[in-house]
Every structure is written in C-alpha cells, then in structure tokens.
Design a protein around this ligand. Structure first.
Ligand SMILES: Nc1ncnc2c1ncn2[C@@H]1O[C@H](COP(=O)(O)OS(=O)(=O)O)[C@@H](OP(=O)(O)O)[C@H]1O
Length: 380
C-alpha cells in the first residue's frame, strides 16, 4: 500500500517535471521566435531604460554627433592650448579630415541591404531634402552651423562627398550617413565641391529631382584668395598666388586651369546644374551678407526651406576679436561660440594689379551669373 502510494507520487512528480520542462521549452522557443522576427526591439522598455535612451537621443543619436565629439571642435571651446602653431592647426584640420574619412569608409551603422527605410522610435534616416552644394570657401560651414540651431533641421556634420567621390557606394550608404529625423524635420548636408562636379546634378536628380539646392556665393576674387590661403596653410612651400593665377605675368592672362580660379566661374557651373534642375530649386545666399547680416540672410534661407523663422538676430553677436558673427547658443551647447580658426583667417597680401586683373577677368562671368540667378551680388 505504502509502496504503491510512493510509486503514484513518484510518477506524478516525473510527469509534473516533464510538463514544466515542456512549457519552459515552449517559452524559450516562443521568445527566440519573436526575437528573430524583430519583435523584441519594440517590447515596451522599462521606465529607467526609456529615460536613459531619451538622454542619449540628444547626445549620441547619430554619427555626426559621435564624429564631432571625436574630432576637433569646429567651435573651439576646448581649453586654450599654449604654443599652438599654424602647422599644428593645419595638422588638426588634417586629422579631422582623416577621421571623417575613416568613418565614411566604414560601413554605416545598421546598413540595410533591402531598401527598407531605417527607422526606430527616434526617427527615420532620410535622403536630404536640401543640400548646400557650394561654393567652396563661400561660407558654407557658417550657413550649416546657423541652420543647425533650428529645431526642424538635422544635418550630417562632415562633408559626405557622396555625389562627387563616393557615388559608387550607393544611395543606401548615403542615406545611412544621415541623422534620423522626425516627421516635419528636414535632413541636410553640405559638400561645396558638388557645385563644380560635372556629374553631380544628374546624380542628385536620380536621388530626388525635387531636392532644394543652396549655393553660398562670394566675390570670386576673394574666394580665390581664400582658397589659396587654405592650401597655403597646409603647404607653406606653395608658389605665390600671382604665379598660380597668371599663365604669364607679362601678358596677364589668367590660368583658368587653376581650380582656385575655375571654381569662381559661377555662371558656367550653374549652367550645368540647370540642365537637371529649374531655377526655382535654387537659393543663392550671399557669402558677404552672411557675415554683415546673418539674421537677414537666414530669414531668406528659412523661407526657402519652408521653415518657421526661428533663427533670428537674437541668435547672433559680433565677435570683435574674430571679426565675424558668432552664435550666442549653438546647437548642443549653452555657451557662445565662433567658428574654428580655419574659418575667417587672415589672407596674404596679393599685389593690387593681380587682383584687378582677376576682377576684370571675372566681370563678364559675374554679369552672366547675375542674369541667370536674377540677383545682383555687387561684386564689380
Ligand atoms: N560667421 C563666420 N565665421 C567665420 N567665417 C565665416 C563666417 N561667415 C562666413 N565665413 C566665411 O566662411 C569662409 C569659409 O567658407 P566655407 O565654410 O564654405 O569653407 S569650406 O569650403 O568649407 O572650406 C571663411 O573664409 P576665410 O575668411 O577666407 O577664412 C569666412 O570668410
């Protein structure tokens, strides 16, 4: 009797443990099945982890922020470094460029191969609806940094160079570089070399023929000197400006094969873009007015982008030491900041007759550009 009772209890115990093993297995399989189908990602998070992620949204959400945390700041708020030299600055700029390049070379985070928009609870990676396509040394960095304080603008911080250098990496690679945006926010990037790249207009149109295009233009003579100043800062042994700008000093013929000269032929480059985009897709920003009246020029830019006029004169102050407008409160900071040392640096003295020769050379191209754009920039 006693023994049969034991057997019954023993069998019952065995059956119970088999059932619990079975249910545990079912639970484990169900969990793995849901995880494999991606459901785990959308399981509601605990209040604690949700808060932690909300904090990260502001600081670490996209590659641009990570990149900018690692590279030298565009707005130098780091403690002042003593004994810095021009070449140290140039090296810092180069190191930043190399880092940006390494990051662009690596596979974008979460790169999809199926063409499905990459989205999570914090927004979607979209192609830029607006691009600052030029011009080199026009004031493109200032414009992008000014735009970034607008809550409805999110921009990739480095220059992606997709439509000129990295087009073979494909559109998905490009989209993955972009920061996530919420509905109603605009995705932007700036790469000033697009304006002078023959293939760029067709390629941008292949992405989206309704892309808004912003060109910051500056007196082509000053722009050429600025371009030369940048190259000189990286290569102090560079020949003089005049020897590069003139084919022959006695004839005074301008060397249009020199990129610092060629970039300033705005009418020619615009003609190429107009093969693919109508004029209504362009906004021409005056690089000069971006310095003398940043709020006024930003008003035009915000209107063009269909944004509320949020960025206004209360965001700027004129920094006497720098000689340029600076931001009272740039994006992601509560302290006033100016652009870095490579923006707004002193230009070398160029003989006035060389500058005059260049001015004469550019005049007809400038006139043509005023006609095409419908704006007189007053460079002559
Ligand atoms: N607010 C402010 N602060 C500093 N610099 C300013 C600003 N607004 C416009 N600029 C002018 O921007 C010029 C550099 O242009 P870019 O940013 O387009 O250069 S780059 O092509 O990205 O290298 C840069 O040219 P340089 O003066 O020759 O250095 C500046 O004149």
């Amino acid at each position: 009797m006693g023994c049969s009772g034991c057997r019954v209890r023993f069998n019952f115990g065995k059956a119970l443990s088999k059932v619990s093993v079975f249910f545990t297995m079912v639970l484990i399989f169900t969990y793995f099945f849901y995880c494999l189908t991606g459901f785990c990602d959308s399981v509601p998070r605990t209040l604690y982890s949700q808060r932690a992620l909300d904090g990260e949204y502001d600081t670490l959400d996209d590659r641009r922020r990570i990149l900018e945390e690692r590279r030298p700041r565009l707005f130098p708020d780091a403690p002042p470094q003593r004994n810095r030299t021009a070449s140290a600055d140039a090296q810092q700029v180069d190191a930043a460029g190399q880092l940006a390049q390494r990051m662009l070379d690596s596979e974008p985070e979460g790169a999809p191969s199926n063409g499905i928009p990459v989205s999570n609870t914090f927004g979607t990676k979209r192609f830029p609806q607006a691009i600052i396509i030029g011009v080199k040394k026009g004031g493109t960095r200032a414009l992008l940094e000014f735009l970034r304080i607008h809550p409805d603008v999110r921009a990739f911080g480095a220059e992606p160079h997709f439509f000129d250098r990295f087009y073979d990496r494909g559109l998905e690679w490009y989209r993955n570089l972009m920061p996530r945006t919420l509905d109603g926010q605009i995705t932007m990037e700036k790469t000033p070399s697009y304006f002078v790249t023959k293939e760029a207009p067709g390629r941008v149109c292949t992405m989206n023929c309704r892309t808004k295009l912003i060109v910051v233009v500056r007196d082509p003579v000053t722009r050429a000197v600025s371009d030369y100043t940048q190259t000189l800062s990286k290569n102090p042994g560079l020949p003089s400006f005049q020897s590069l700008a003139l084919k022959n000093s006695s004839t005074g013929l301008i060397d249009t094969t020199w990129s610092a000269v060629r970039i300033g032929l705005y009418a020619k480059h615009l003609e190429n873009w107009l093969q693919h985009f109508s004029l209504s897709h362009f906004l021409f920003v005056s690089g000069e007015r971006l310095v003398s009246d940043p709020a006024g020029e930003m008003g035009r830019v915000q209107d063009f982008l269909g944004l509320k006029r949020v960025v206004s004169d209360k965001h700027f102050y004129f920094n006497q030491t720098k000689g340029f407008p600076c931001l009272k409160k740039p994006e992601g900071s509560s302290r006033p900041r100016c652009l870095g040392k490579s923006k707004g640096r002193p230009h070398p003295q160029i003989p006035s007759e060389v500058l005059q020769r260049l001015r004469d050379f550019y005049r007809p191209f400038n006139q043509r550009f005023y006609q095409m754009s419908g704006q007189d920039f007053g460079w002559d």
